[in-house]
Design a protein. Structure first.
Length: 168
């Protein structure tokens, strides 16, 4: 159990859990070259660098949603979403990890300061129930799930690449 802090147990737990799963993801790509991080190692299109980039982009968008609501998703077209999974010219594993650190710092600051009950309607999309609303709290819980899920994917990709295991 997390000890209560000046932030309160709930915020401290959210921060600790986000940090834990981010660390799993970052640990999975330790020591890799850009070539290794962009290599497909399974039947899927996923790569380790692509997963890190996608998680960073997803976290940035959802953190923005916690503040601004559905307009945070306005720029997320299918083309933009597809680019989240692939390093673009000039991008490296190091650059997406640095971007991820910046995104994480912003999210952590929001977890420390935002009203966790602040809620916004979700944008219209086939995967959201019509009229659904999400609080900042639930948004951060979604980020925990998203990060943990993709850290697990990354573990499989890394093990397929060179036998290294992150989570066991």
């Amino acid at each position: 159990m997390t000890a209560p802090t000046a932030l309160g147990t709930e915020r401290a737990d959210l921060l600790e859990t986000l940090r834990t799963h981010r660390a799993f993801l970052r640990f999975t790509v330790r020591g890799l070259t850009d070539e290794q991080a962009t290599r497909r190692t399974t039947a899927s299109q996923l790569t380790l660098a692509g997963l890190v980039k996608h998680v960073a982009c997803t976290e940035a968008t959802w953190a923005d949603f916690a503040v601004r609501g559905a307009e945070a998703f306005a720029a997320t077209t299918p083309e933009v979403w597809a680019q989240e999974w692939v390093l673009q010219p000039g991008e490296t594993l190091a650059s997406v990890l640095a971007s991820y650190e910046e995104v994480a710092a912003r999210t952590d600051e929001l977890v420390r300061t935002i009203d966790l009950d602040l809620s916004h309607p979700l944008p219209e999309a086939p995967w959201f129930e019509p009229g659904a609303v999400r609080s900042a709290r639930r948004t951060f819980l979604h980020l925990v799930a998203e990060t943990a899920q993709h850290a697990g994917h990354a573990d499989i990709l890394r093990e397929s690449l060179d036998g290294q295991k992150t989570m066991g």
